[in-house]
Write a protein that binds this ligand. Structure first.
Ligand code: MN
Length: 169
């Protein structure tokens, strides 16, 4: 777990209308958030589309459970990773410039990563970034097992998406 004063890092696997992984970094008292459709990859250099979504409150960081139909984000939320993160340099300036390098202290995700903002195309309303693992000891070769297949259970409760759904009141 994060030591006192460390910035929170979370990934929530979200089985909504379409499955995605919500990647969240604490900054300035909120959780900066990106929806990663295909999920993060531990393969160095493999780029995963990360669509910028609205900031979430810190009180949402450890949420796991079922969001009822008709509500925003309806579906099952599984806490897939948690820990802390460390930006390289000034994170506010880095985000504004569209290139943020950082280290994750999570489980299963660790090591150095980068978020890069893509150029906004005409008529495009969503801001797209790429989430990329840097080459380091925590990176995996392309033929290694996919971390998304390896980790199907909650880091907090050891439950699967199906088990969380079944246990909803
Ligand atoms: Mn989501």
């Amino acid at each position: 777990m994060a030591e006192r004063g460390a910035l929170r890092y979370r990934v929530q696997k979200h089985a909504a209308r379409r499955l995605h992984y919500d990647f969240r970094l604490e900054l300035g008292g909120v959780l900066k958030s990106w929806a990663v459709t295909r999920g993060p990859s531990l393969v160095a250099g493999e780029r995963r589309l990360a669509v910028e979504v609205e900031d979430h409150g810190l009180d949402y960081a450890d949420f796991e459970g079922v969001i009822a139909p008709g509500h925003y984000g309806a579906g099952v939320v599984l806490l897939w990773d948690r820990g802390s993160w460390e930006p390289e340099g000034d994170p506010v300036a880095a985000l504004a410039s569209g290139s943020l390098s950082f280290t994750l202290h999570g489980q299963p995700l660790t090591g150095r990563w980068r978020l890069m903002r893509m150029k906004l195309r005409p008529r495009e309303r969503q801001v797209s970034w790429l989430l990329v693992k840097a080459q380091d000891g925590a990176a995996r070769p392309p033929d290694a097992p996919d971390i998304l297949d390896e980790q199907l259970r909650s880091i907090a409760t050891d439950r699967t998406v199906e088990e969380i759904a079944a246990e909803a009141p």
